[in-house]
Design a binder for this molecule. Structure first.
Ligand SMILES: Nc1ncnc2c1ncn2[C@@H]1O[C@H](COP(=O)(O)OP(=O)(O)OP(=O)(O)O)[C@@H](O)[C@H]1O
Length: 204
């Protein structure tokens, strides 16, 4: 589902990662570890297509990352508490993405299903600007999941989540055994829930 070949990303002369190869089969979960500043977010941004690799290639479902077909296959939650439309409600934020990914009649049921799964129902109609960091993180995760992506990229989803909310996330992932996930995290329990791990080393 996800293939990375000889990937390198530099910022100026600073090499963040290099010679990176990765093969992630459909349905596999990869834990992305490494200390602060080791390049986890940078790699996820490259895999989502929002940042270009300096050299090397990455494909999603055989399509180059960043291409329209690859983007269609990819659900992204890179800054769990940010990047939402502040004046819109949780429901509207999720529905916006659902409309891009689903036929019109499938939008409302898909959004309602995710509201239930991630326990958004109590504040689904409240503007996101009034939500806490943990609430926002759950909205961002719902937005990444809506429309049934084949690949999910999550950057520190547990950062603002309490234990019951983290459980909701993992239950949602467990309900989707076909979903391929790459999850950057510092949380040992997140590591346990993934079949394999890639640990990035901090650049010298
Ligand atoms: N736009 C940029 N320009 C220059 N350097 C950058 C840029 N973005 C990130 N970096 C650098 O790249 C390195 C990796 O950052 P990144 O955010 O990917 O680390 P991380 O592993 O996600 O860290 P954390 O665990 O703290 O979230 C850091 O040294 C950071 O300063």
């Amino acid at each position: 589902m996800l293939t990375v070949r000889r990937a390198q990303r530099r910022f100026g002369r600073r090499v963040i990662f290099t010679d990176l190869d990765l093969d992630v089969a459909a349905g596999a979960r990869v834990f992305l570890g490494g200390s602060n500043g080791s390049g986890k977010t940078t790699l996820l941004r490259c895999l989502s297509g929002t940042l270009a690799l300096s050299t090397g290639q990455a494909t999603v479902g055989g399509h180059p990352v960043g291409s329209l077909p690859a983007r269609r296959l990819t659900g992204v939650c890179l800054a769990p508490e940010q990047g939402l439309y502040e004046k819109l409600s949780a429901r509207e934020n999720v529905a916006l993405v659902a409309r891009l990914r689903l036929p019109r009649r499938a939008v409302a049921p898909a959004v309602a299903g995710l509201e239930e799964e991630l326990d958004l129902t109590g504040y689904a109609t409240v503007p996101v600007e009034r939500c806490s960091a943990g609430m926002r993180a759950r909205v961002s995760i719902a937005r990444a999941l809506v429309g049934g992506p084949a690949l999910l990229l999550l950057d520190e989803p547990s950062r603002s989540l309490d234990d019951p909310s983290r459980l909701l996330l993992w239950q949602a992932l467990d309900r989707r055994p076909e979903l391929t996930c790459v999850i950057a995290s510092h949380h040992a329990d997140d590591r346990r829930r993934c079949q394999s791990a890639l640990t990035l080393a901090a650049a010298a």
